[in-house]
Design a protein around this ligand. Structure first.
Ligand code: 6PG
Length: 472
């Protein structure tokens, strides 16, 4: 058999199939393999794949034999154990210099472990974040490849070709070695969680405080999508809120059970933030907020015992709606600030050479958090590649300053009316804490020293001190 395929792909679930079609559409031949052979043939014989350079392989051996060298194989399987299983099957069949790409949402420490083992075996491993869901995979995702620059030079042209394009630029850039690509993808998802939660809180306030109908909320989000909030998540929110269920004639969103699912990337982002000591409260709150929605039965029971708040609003509704928009934008800036600060800390910790201006560029298209806003982040990193926090950039500083009053009115009114705003509120607290030179930690340090002799530093002299608190 003459090896003819440019690249291989393992795992023909929805993402794998769409990615394979996208690759074939860009003039590359692709060999595909799925654990269930029937799935492979059904896909290759489908109307979508027919006539394209997609080669069905019944075994891993077939797949490997069909690939030009150095071989590159993309794994599109569930994160966790399945990735290790596929690697274990592939590894003995590969030769030095071959490349395994993990295109799933893997935990970056797993990627580091796999990278170390495969590098020691003479192979290349590329933990690669791919965002954009089914649609993105088919028509152009945002791609965040990790691994060595040498391995990237082999598969980079294919990834660049199939990625989304914004202003003619590919939404794909080499992120850094070992786990960098998956870390950046995970953080993307953490920001996604925060963004979604803040939008959901604003929607909840529109309905429960302002008494807006679902149709009116759809109109508001549609209008907001024309301005600074212009983004994929606002766009789909407007679309979702406008959709009617055919069976009942009601807005479909009003019929959806309010219990959020999650697959773990938001949690990983929060755990990484905790491990690296980076404050990312809005991202973590978004995960906790999903967790509290999961307690559906408990919440329903608690409402009967504790009673729910009865919001009432007698202010200017149109003005408050504008406040909501400005509060959402300011909060969003804080969530991104937290995400970028986290990525910076990981870059420092793991020695990656990630360029955050480029990360914001490749998030402008294809991915779930794509937004007009990302251009501004790119500009901020152009102004200062060593930017410590987005809030310090002149553009973002001004937006937040302008939204300050609105933000406080929104969070204050929500709290006064008993409406939970975990993400919006935490973003505001983050901002307030970040801009306060002297915080409450004087007392925390004193308490720690009091009960545990943990010592403290003083503002008036150098060194570490312990006080015999109980002797005074
Ligand atoms: C993307 C998405 C994608 C996926 C998440 C959703 O970038 O394409 O983030 O990775 O939709 O897995 O995560 P949850 O199920 O945890 O909400």
């Amino acid at each position: 058999m003459t090896a003819q395929a440019d690249i291989g792909l393992v795992g023909l679930a929805v993402m794998g199939q769409n990615l394979a079609l996208n690759i074939a559409d860009h003039g590359y031949s692709i060999a595909v393999f799925n654990r269930t052979t029937a799935t492979t043939h059904k896909f290759v014989d489908s109307d979508e794949a027919k006539g394209k350079a997609v080669i069905a392989c019944d075994t891993m051996e077939d797949l490997v034999a069909n690939l030009k060298t150095p071989r590159a194989i993309i794994l599109m399987v569930k994160a966790g154990e399945p990735v290790d299983q596929q690697i274990a099957m592939l590894q003995p069949l590969l030769e030095e210099g071959d490349i395994i790409v993990d295109g799933g949402n893997s935990q970056f420490m797993d990627t580091r472990r796999r990278d170390e083992a495969l590098t020691a075996a003479g192979l290349n491993f590329m933990g690669t974040g791919i965002s954009g869901g089914e649609e993105g995979a088919r028509n152009g995702p945002s791609i965040m490849p990790g691994g060595t620059a040498k391995a990237y030079s082999k598969v980079g042209p294919i990834f660049q070709a199939i990625s989304a394009k914004v202003d003619g630029e590919a939404c794909c850039v080499h992120i850094g070695t070992d786990g960098a690509g998956h870390f950046i993808k995970t953080t993307h998802n953490g920001i996604e969680y925060a963004d979604m939660q803040m939008i959901a809180e604003v929607y909840h306030l529109m309905k429960n405080l302002l008494g807006m109908s679902t149709a009116e909320t759809a109109e508001a989000f549609t209008a907001w999508n024309e301005g600074d909030l212009d983004s994929y998540l606002i766009e789909i929110t407007a679309d979702i809120l406008g959709q009617i269920d055919q069976d009942t004639g009601q807005h479909i969103v009003d019929l959806i059970l309010d219990r959020a699912g999650q697959k773990g990337t938001g949690q990983w982002t929060s755990v990484s933030a905790l491990e690296l000591g980076v404050p990312a409260p809005t991202i973590a709150e978004a995960v906790f907020a999903r967790n509290i929605t999961a307690l559906k039965d408990e919440r329903v029971a608690a409402e009967k015992i504790l009673g729910k708040a009865s919001p009432s609003f007698d202010g200017d509704k149109a003005a408050f709606l504008t406040d909501l928009r400005d509060a959402l934008l300011a909060s969003k800036i804080c969530a991104y600030a937290q995400g970028f600060a986290l990525m910076q800390a990981a870059k420092d910790e793991f020695g990656w050479d990630t360029d955050f201006g480029k990360v914001s560029m490749i998030w402008r298209g294809g991915c779930i958090i794509r937004a007009r806003f990302l251009n501004r982040i790119k500009e901020a990193y152009d102004r200062d590649p060593g930017l410590k926090n987005l809030l310090l950039d002149p553009y973002f500083r001004e937006v937040v300053e302008k939204g300050d009053g609105a933000w406080r009115r929104v969070v204050g009114t929500a709290i006064a009316n008993g409406i939970p705003v975990a993400a919006l509120g935490s973003a505001l607290s983050y901002y307030d804490a970040y801009r306060t030179g002297r915080l409450w930690a004087d007392l925390i340090q004193a308490q720690r020293d009091y009960f545990g002799a943990h010592t403290f530093e003083r503002t008036d002299r150098e060194g570490w001190f312990h006080r015999e608190w109980m002797k005074n």
